[in-house]
Design a protein around this ligand. Structure first.
Ligand SMILES: [Zn+2]
Length: 115
């Protein structure tokens, strides 16, 4: 489960932010996770639950995950179609099957609330 190491990376990032802001408590963390990032939201949440308990800085913090959209662009007519991650079978405009995915692979620390 590679989400554990991603959460470890996140906690390190939070520790640095807390040092910079001279705070000792993180209240909430908002992450943007794209459906094509390969990150399983439930696993990420699970990893956060386990690791945050052992970390005074983030214990009890709320993890908010927002899923970013994926845009599929048609190679034929350039029609773009925004989805929550499911690839359309073909272009709804012209029926072309070759669609390019744009975005949706992000794993971004969007917002941190500290005390
Ligand atoms: Zn098309």
């Amino acid at each position: 489960m590679h989400e554990i190491s991603l959460v470890q990376g996140l906690l390190q990032q939070l520790a640095e932010l807390a040092r910079e802001n001279r705070t000792t408590k993180v209240v909430s963390v908002t992450m943007d996770i794209g459906p094509l990032s390969g990150v399983v939201e439930d696993s990420f949440r699970f990893g956060f639950d386990i690791l945050s308990k052992e970390d005074d800085l983030v214990s009890g913090a709320t993890l908010i995950i927002s899923t970013t959209p994926v845009t599929y662009r048609c190679c034929q007519c350039n029609y773009s179609h925004q989805t929550s991650g499911t690839r359309p079978d073909c272009c709804p405009e012209c029926g072309e099957r070759f669609l390019l995915a744009e975005g949706g692979d992000e794993l971004i620390l969007q917002k941190v609330e500290m005390e």
